[in-house]
Design a protein around this ligand. Sequence first.
Ligand code: ZN
Length: 305
Amino acid sequence: MITGIHHVTALASDPQTNIDFYVGVLGLKLVKTTINYDDPGMYHFYYGDGVGRPGTILTFFPLGGIRRGRIGTGQVVSTALSVPVGSTKHWSERLTEHGVPFDARQTAISLADPDGLALILKEIEGDVRPGDNDAGCVAPEFAIRGIDSVTLQVAEAAPTLELLTERMGFDISQDGDGRFTAASDVSGNAVYLHESEEGDARGLSGPGTVHHVAFRLPSDAEQDKWRDELLALGYHVSPVMDRQYFHSIYYREPGGILFELATDTPGFLADGETVETLGRRLQLPQKLEAKREIIEAHLPKLRIP
Ligand code: ZN
């Protein structure tokens, strides 16, 4: 069974700017500093709560100074992060202090990260996730609890909706604007679905856009089952990929958005890092450890706030 959102992976430009924003401003913890396994010349950052629990993870590939992408149809168009009830005022002040433009309503704040990625800080009642974070840039009573939801935008809602509800087990509801919510009753489980309107541009991949959204699976056995099922339905599904901290399969939903199903295990301590040292040292997959010196020499130096 899919138990919620595992992580959201997005594209960024400058690595240091990305760290300064997610750690220094949003107060997430950099739980893993590694490289893009498919392109070792590029960092891969994972941010999350104190131990990087599934459902709290945002990950980024900082691509360098290339042109920004465009948010639009065929993409995850926004990602909402859960914050404690009553914390909107604090967050408004904090964003103002850091010079981050935002749009605050009663219980939610819309903002963009330095590359233009659309984020929402949303007060969520009854989110029991601890939001613990020993990095400590944001006081615990205001800290981000994890991902609340993602919003998908597709040209035609029906096929995506069918996949989410009939196959992936989400319940569905529809609001007054005819927009759909696929969710279960646990925080970190909602998928909002928007059908594009005339004139909505197609999304273009690049810094400031989401690359994929990953959903949680409890075990490898469950993942094998899902892979068989999706293949039987005619989806092109990747082989199981070992991402060291979880195992993943990928497929495109009918609207073109890349979905991943990732296991909860083994988690971010799998490489021997401890809760205290998470993210501090560049972690490489075993097969690239011998090339560490060369890889490190080619990556820009980082400063973690
Ligand atoms: Zn992923």
